[in-house]
Write a protein that binds this ligand. Sequence first.
Ligand code: RFL
Ligand code: PHB
Length: 393
Amino acid sequence: MNHQTQIGIVGAGPAGLILSHLLRLEGIDSVVLESRSREEIESTVRAGVLEQGTVDLLVHMGLGARMIREGAVHHGIHLRFAGYTHRIDFATHADGRAITVYAQHEVIKDLVAARLATGGKILFGAKCTGVIGADGSKPTVCFTHEGREQTLHCDFIAGCDGYHGVARPAIAAAGRSDYVRIYPFGWFGILVEAPPSSDELIYAYHERGFALVSTRSPVLQRMYFQCDPKDNVDNWSDDRIWAELHTRLETKDGWKPITGKIIQKNIVGIRSFVTEPMQHGRLFLAGDAAHIVPPTGAKGLNLAAADVRVLSRGLVEFYRSGRTSTLDGYSATALRRVWRAEHFSWWMTSMLHRFPDGDKFQQRLQLSQLDYVCSSPAAAKTLAENYVGLAIG
Ligand code: RFL
Ligand code: PHB
C-alpha cells in the first residue's frame, strides 16, 4: 500500500510526537510511523527532568495541563559529597528559571492522546525498514505494517527514531562524521513505591560511585546508582540495592533514603554520541537519532524537543514562502545547542562518577571541582544555567 503526506516522521518518541504537533498547529500534514505498540511507548520508563524551555513549549502547544497539575517544579538541586549536602539554587544562579519533574512516558501519553484526538495519524506497529530518495524531491519511507510492506511518500522525512533507528544509517557513512565516547560504567535504575526521600534531586559523589535520588510522584520514586555496564539486575537483591544506596548517600548527620517496594530494576549503558551533519537532502535527523548524552545532565529529551522546534520553524518557512534558509541551517543551528549539552553532560558525568582507572589524584580533582561549584557563585551559575537550559537556537 502507498501512503502520501507532507512530512513523514519515523518514531513516536518525544521528538517525533512534538514535531507532529508543532506542524499541525501550522496546518502542515504529517504521518508518524512507530515500530512499537501504543501500550509499550506509554509505559517505557526513561527521563524525568524537563527544562523550563521544554515545559514552555508543551504549554504553548496546549499540552501542559496535566504536566502543570501533576509535575513537580524544582527550584534547585543538591550536590552531595564527603558526607555533606550543598544546594545549588536556581533562583540565585539561573535567573529564577526552574525544572519540572514529570515522567517521559506521561509526556508521551499526553502527546499521543492529543494527537489522536485532533485526527493525527500515528501508525503503531509500523517498522521502518529504510529511507530512499532523500536526495530527490519526493523521498520515501519503506515500512512493514500488519504484515505488509508499505511506502510513505513525503516532501520531507524527519528521522526521529532514536539511537538504534534506520534514519541515521540511511545517510552514507562517507557523508557524515560520528563522534563517540563510551563510559566504563552504567546506571542501575529503580522505581520504588515510597514517598519522596528529598524535596529536590540529589546528585551524590562517593568513592563507591555515583548515586542519584529523583522522584516521580508523591508515592513513586526514581533512584539510580552507577554500576558495571555488564552487570545483571538479577545479581541485585532489594537488600543489596538498599545497602549500596545507603552507603553512597549517607551524610554526617545521618540522612537515609526512604525505602519501599522496588517495582522495577534496569541497567543502561552510558555514552556520548553526535553525528554531523544532522541532515542529508530532504532527510532531517532529530533527538537521539542524531545525538546521545549521558543522563547525568538530564538533557536528552530536552534536546529532542529543541531540535524539532528548529526543524518545524524551517518547514513552516518552506511551506509559507518556498524559502529554505532555515531548513538549510537546521544542522548548524541544532548542533550549537547539542554540543553545549554534550559538554555539560560529559562534565557532570566526569565530576560525579567513579572511573575504574581513576587514581587518588583524579578523586581529589573531582572533590576540588565539586567544592568549587558549591562555593563559587560563578561556578554554581555555570552548572545552574546549563542545567535549567540555555537559550540557544
Ligand atoms: P526515543 O525516545 O528513543 O524515540 C524513538 C522512537 O522511534 C521508534 N523507532 C522506530 N519506529 C519505526 N521504525 C523503526 N525502525 C524504529 N526504530 C525506532 C522507537 O520505538 C521509539 O519509540 O527518541 P527521541 O524522541 O529522540 O527522544 C529522546 C529521549 O527519549 C531521550 O533522550 C531521553 O530519555 C534521555 N533521558 C533524559 N532526558 C532528559 O531530557 N531528562 C532526563 O531526566 C533524562 N533522563 C534519559 C534519562 C535517558 C535514560 N536512559 C534510558 C539512557 C534517564 C535515563 C536512565
Ligand atoms: C530521572 O528522574 O529519571 C532523572 C533525573 C535526573 C537525571 C536523570 C534522570 O539527571
